[in-house]
Design a protein around this ligand. Structure first.
Ligand SMILES: [Zn+2]
Length: 214
């Protein structure tokens, strides 16, 4: 199988995982992968649980459609910005995570260092301010966070993750939703104590090691 076909099949596989895990509903969410000057991306209006590889579109780094039938996702600008700002990024995933989105509605900040695993692997999960979905406001809202974070919550909307490949970006999405579930469950019992600063420092050192290992 040629590399382009393989990447399209990877997008289909991850889209189906997102749907199966209830990380999005129906046609929500979008997935893209970069290969040099090309970006393979999910089309607008297709159920992610039913999508097939021939429906994955190819665009250039400006979002111009190069091949495929249909319209690229309305959130394409958020994906293109990630590729522009971060040459290390090879894939972007956007989903409407139920628990993580609930955290943004409830005003719960996942940037607070509460769980050690999150500090090491993601460095924290910031929440970008509210932006109209599908508009130019979305890339502007995430721009400042994208430089330092691989997993970003979008207020009242969902989440965006980036990774070296589509599995890496998906894994961060799964971690994000898992974190939100733990935090929401704990919040039912009362306020959450953050980790003490001395423990956060130790975890940040481990994070540097984690990043070096890739
Ligand atoms: Zn969305």
């Amino acid at each position: 199988m040629d590399i382009k076909q393989k990447l399209k099949e990877d997008i289909v596989c991850i889209s189906r995982m997102l749907h199966r895990k209830n990380y999005l509903a129906a046609t929500d969410g979008n997935v893209s992968v970069r290969l040099g000057d090309l970006v393979f991306v999910t089309p607008s209006g297709v159920n992610k649980g039913l999508m097939e590889a021939y429906q994955v579109l190819t665009v250039d780094l400006e979002g111009k459609l190069l091949s495929g039938e249909g319209k690229p996702t309305s959130e394409i600008r958020m994906h293109l910005l990630a590729y522009k700002l971060r040459p290390d990024v090879g894939a972007v995933v956007h989903a409407h995570l139920p628990y993580a989105t609930a955290c943004t509605l409830a005003g719960i900040d996942l940037l607070e260092p509460v769980l050690p695993e999150v500090v090491i692997t993601l460095g924290g999960i910031p929440t970008a301010p509210y932006a109209t979905p599908g508009s130019d406001e979305v890339p502007e809202a995430v721009r400042d966070y994208l430089r330092d974070y691989d997993a970003i919550l979008l207020s009242r909307h969902g989440a965006m993750t980036v990774g070296r490949d589509v599995t890496d970006a998906y894994n961060k999405m799964e971690k994000l939703e898992h974190t939100a579930r733990v935090i929401l469950a704990a919040r039912l019992q009362g306020p959450l104590p953050p980790l003490p600063p001395v423990e956060v420092e130790k975890l940040q050192r481990l994070r540097e090691e984690y990043k070096r290992r890739g």
